[in-house]
Design a protein around this ligand. Structure first.
Ligand code: ADE
Length: 258
């Protein structure tokens, strides 16, 4: 008997936003094959009050509205029992700019789980008590604010799905990419023609070493490029790389569980 497919359950006020871009390309093909499953839960269906309200004014005053704890609790509890009866021990995430920053380590951990239940917020946020009651892991895509968690959920699910067994054609490409095992950003890529004239009229040739056929030199060049780009663009990753290479944990090393 094969294991149940990895499952993303998305709790949202906008179920029509899914699968959206997840229906195309690698993730979409894998979804069609049944390599993973996507379920959406319409939060509004859990609003039992007279006006089917999902939000209310914040205690203490201030702008915006807050999503009601009873409605979110009912939606989360329904998802929890459905996934538990399917035998899953899913991770429960709430997407918010206040959360822990998403990185490839967290994505890898999520790909090893049975699935994700992802709560997408709208308005000012969600009543803190329901976040606490369900022990939601708060995750952010970056230091910017989206109008809701849905686009973040699409990015997160895409990042996880491409790591699931059988989804990526070329298993090699995952190891060498940015944030892969090396901890470096990726080196630059080139393909034919060897000399190319751009719209600016300038002819640009690919680096000689790449057409030399000398595999060890190519690997050395790529490593040097990856190091240079990482040092220049991401001093945080660069310092961690240096520390790992010298066998010491970096001062700012994250010991977050995946
Ligand atoms: N919702 C709104 N902004 C977000 C962000 N930066 N990351 C994750 N979820 C969000």
């Amino acid at each position: 008997m094969s294991a149940a497919p990895w499952t993303a359950t998305v709790l949202t006020l906008f179920p029509e936003m899914f699968p959206g871009p997840l229906a195309a390309s690698l993730a979409g093909k894998a979804l069609e094959r049944g390599d993973w499953l996507l379920e959406t839960v319409d939060i509004r269906e859990f609003a039992r009050n007279k006006h089917r309200a999902v939000d209310d004014a914040p205690f203490g005053g201030g702008a915006g509205m807050v999503m009601k704890p009873d409605v979110i609790d009912a939606a989360l509890s329904a998802a929890r029992s459905r996934r538990a009866s399917a035998g899953g021990e899913d991770r429960f995430l709430y997407l918010t700019p206040r959360g822990r920053l998403l990185d490839q380590g967290l994505v890898e951990g999520l790909a090893r789980s049975s699935g994700l239940v992802v709560l997408c917020g709208r308005y000012e946020g969600i009543d803190q008590r329901v976040i606490d009651a369900h022990g939601l892991e708060e995750v952010s895509l970056g230091d910017f604010v989206l109008s809701g968690g849905e686009p973040a959920a699409i990015c997160l699910i895409d990042a996880v799905v491409r790591l699931l067994p059988g989804v990526m054609g070329n298993a090699d490409s995952a190891g060498e990419e940015s944030f892969g095992d090396s901890g470096l950003l990726e080196y630059p890529h080139y393909t034919r023609p060897a000399v190319w004239r751009g719209a600016d009229g300038i002819e640009r040739a690919v680096p000689d070493v790449l057409v030399s056929g000398h595999h060890a030199k190519v690997a050395q060049w790529r490593r040097a490029e990856a190091e240079g780009i990482t040092r220049e663009r991401r001093p945080d990753l660069w310092h961690r790389y240096l520390a790992v290479r010298s066998g010491q944990p970096a001062a700012d090393d994250e010991t977050n569980e995946n």
